[in-house]
Every structure is written in C-alpha cells, then in structure tokens.
Design a protein around this ligand. Structure first.
Ligand code: NAP
Length: 337
C-alpha cells in the first residue's frame, strides 16, 4: 500500500447494518471512508447523513459500479442482501479491491472457491465479516481453554435468537435457497462460534427446522458431530426471547460467554467453573467489535498480513450450513466429505 497509514474504504449498499459499520470505519484510526453507494437514488446520501452527519469529503454514488470504478478506493465493505454477496464480491475483486463481505460470504461453497481463486489472481485480501470474533471476550475464552482449566473440550452449545419485529419480516420473504431465513441471518453465527472450539473438521450434521410459506426457515436446532463423542448443539430462532450465547463443556469444567452480539451498553461477561469448586465471573471492558474488525482488516491490507478469518474458514462454515439445511429439509443425517 505504498506506506499509506489509512485504508481508503467504500461502502457498497445503503443497508441497515451501516448503523454499526459506517461509524466504525469513520472512527478507526487506520481507515478512511471515501464513498458509499446505493442503487436507490438518494439512499447513500441519506445513510451518510444518518450515521455520520459530521463527516466531510465522503462521495455518494447512486450506482454500485460507479463506486467500484473509483480508483481512489482500496477496500469495499459489502453489506448487500445475502444472495448478492458472492456476485458483488467477485465484481469488486475484479476491479482490484480488497473486500470485507458481510456474513454469509456466499450461499454455496463453490462460490467461495471462485472468490478464493479471484482473490489470489488479483492479489487482494478478502474476509467474511463475522465481527463478533474481534471481541476480546473470545480471546479470553480461548486463553482459558488453552490453560487447561476445563480440560478437553467435549461439547459446545450455541444459542442465538430474538423475537423478530414486524418491520424486519423482509428477512423471511426469500426462501432459504435465495438467502432468506434464520440460518443465513443468525444460524451462521451459531455454527461459526460452535466450530471455533473444535480442532477437527466435523463429520456429520443433523438438524430440524420450522419454515414459513416463502420457504424461509424461522427456527432450527441441530447437532454437529465432530467424532469421538464430541458434539456441538446449535439452536437459533426468530421467534424466541433474545439470546446470543455459547457454552463449552470440557472434561474438568465449563465456560459460558453470555452476550456474543455486543451492542452499545452491553457488558461482556464470561463465567467459568471447574469440578474442583471454582465458580468465577469475569466482566470485561465494553469494546466495539465492529471497529476492531475494521481496524484488523485495514491493518492486514496495509501491512500485508493474512486476515484472522481465512477463506478456508468461510468455506468450512458454508459447508456445515449447507449440510444442516439439507438435513433439515430431508430429515436425514448429512455426512460431510
Ligand atoms: N455483522 C452484523 O452484525 C450484521 C448485522 C445485520 C446484518 N448483517 C448482514 O449485513 C447484510 C445486510 O443486512 P441488513 O439487514 O442491513 O440489510 P438491508 O437493510 O436489507 O440491506 C441490504 C441491501 O438491500 C438494499 N435495501 C436496503 N433497504 C432497502 C429498501 N427499503 N428497499 C429496497 N432495497 C433495500 C440495499 O442495497 P441498495 O442500497 O443498493 O439498494 C442494501 O445494501 C446481510 O448480509 C446481513 O446478514 C450483519
């Protein structure tokens, strides 16, 4: 990046999630917001006015291609609808842009393979935007695990849910095949966070789901089998009280992360216990994981470092999601190759 100290970002899409990501780009010391684009006339300017009203010098485009053609932009933050992620990530890579793509990066493993090949060819960095992983609470959980206090990991339980408000029901308009429903929206967190604690690849997935008329799933539960009696149970829903937690049970104790989606005002809390009588609660400082994600990605591009979340990880997550969807649709256990 020729000794640049700030990565120059463009945002592709006037999505609601910009409420979090746009200020994170503006406030990151190694990032600079250069532009935002939307296909809806005026929506980019409105998003900028809404989430960073004081910000000067940001261009707004009423065309996604116009932003990709802006030679001053180094990196794209891509919060388009789920079924558009792979296509627009590829288009951005072909224009030589680095891409932070919102989760899920793609609906098919083959699409991530194509992204991987294109990123290699165009020498750009691409990462799937699982912002939660940049929160120090997970570093602390991994530190506890590696210290051996809870012994060998035998089981993980992840739970992500909220009661969907009527205004958000647009997420149920598309079928699962077109990126709609709970799995692509929140189930991907349940599977991603469960996978974090097992070193081996899963061997099978069994899931059940409830669907709405459009073919979108609204609730699902399942088991990922990592072999040798090691299981991850996932549970997510748009029609249950708000939860965003995981629990890890080892041979000597357990650890729980209580609030994975850290919103402003949330306190990061980890509790852990051991069979020999320890019962400990740790409260960590509140931290903006969206900003840490932007700072991390910017640092990786500026200093030619590999991102913490690799495309291999994105493929592995997609593989489990697709297997879980297949299992829920067929009622069969799906074996992973
Ligand atoms: N990391 C996180 O915490 C987090 C949180 C929420 C969502 N997400 C992810 O971020 C992505 C975007 O989610 P979102 O809920 O923010 O999406 P959203 O508001 O529905 O926006 C998605 C895209 O749809 C278009 N759009 C937005 N409002 C529209 C409207 N009223 N009419 C027609 N088109 C409209 C926009 O493209 P144009 O501007 O080009 O029209 C926008 O980029 C998803 O992939 C989701 O999984 C991540």
């Amino acid at each position: 990046m020729n000794n640049a100290t700030k990565l120059r970002w463009g945002i592709l899409g006037a999505a609601r999630v910009n409420e979090r990501l746009l200020p994170a780009i503006v406030e990151s010391p190694n990032a600079q917001l250069l532009a935002i684009a939307s296909r809806r006339p005026g929506a980019a300017a409105q998003t900028l006015a809404q989430y960073a009203p004081q910000q000067q010098g940001v261009s707004t485009y009423d065309s996604l291609d116009a932003l990709l053609d802006d030679a001053n932009i180094d990196a794209i933050y891509l919060p388009l609808a789920n079924h558009e992620h792979a296509e627009w990530t590829l288009r951005a890579i072909e224009r030589g842009k680095h891409v932070l793509c919102e989760k899920p990066m793609a609906l098919k493993v083959a699409d991530i393979e194509a992204i991987q090949a294109a990123a290699l060819q165009h020498k750009v960095t691409v990462m799937e935007g699982f912002m939660y992983r940049f929160h120090p609470q997970h570093t602390r959980v991994l530190e506890l695990i590696h210290s051996g206090v809870i012994g060998e990991i035998r089981s993980v339980r992840t739970c992500f849910s909220f009661m969907m408000r009527p205004a958000r029901k647009y997420r149920l308009v598309e079928s699962v095949e077109n990126g709609g429903g709970a799995m692509w929206d929140i189930g991907c967190y349940a599977i991603h966070s469960a996978r974090m604690f097992f070193e081996q690849a899963p061997i099978s997935v069994t899931a059940v789901a409830k669907y709405v008329d459009s073919g979108a799933d609204i609730a699902s539960s399942g088991i990922i089998d990592f072999g040798d009696g090691k299981y991850a149970q996932f549970d997510f829903s748009f029609e249950r009280a708000r939860r965003c937690e995981y629990e890890i049970i080892g041979s000597k104790g357990g650890i729980k992360c209580h609030t994975v989606w850290q919103l402003p005002g949330d306190v990061p809390v980890i509790t852990w216990w051991t069979e020999d009588g320890s019962q400990i609660e740790e409260r960590l400082p509140a931290t903006n994981h969206f900003q840490l994600e932007i700072e991390h990605f910017s640092d990786c591009v500026l200093n030619a470092k590999p991102p913490a979340l690799s495309l291999e990880d994105a493929k592995a997550n997609c593989r489990v999601i697709v297997a879980a969807l297949q299992s829920a649709a067929t009622g069969q256990r799906v074996v992973l190759d």
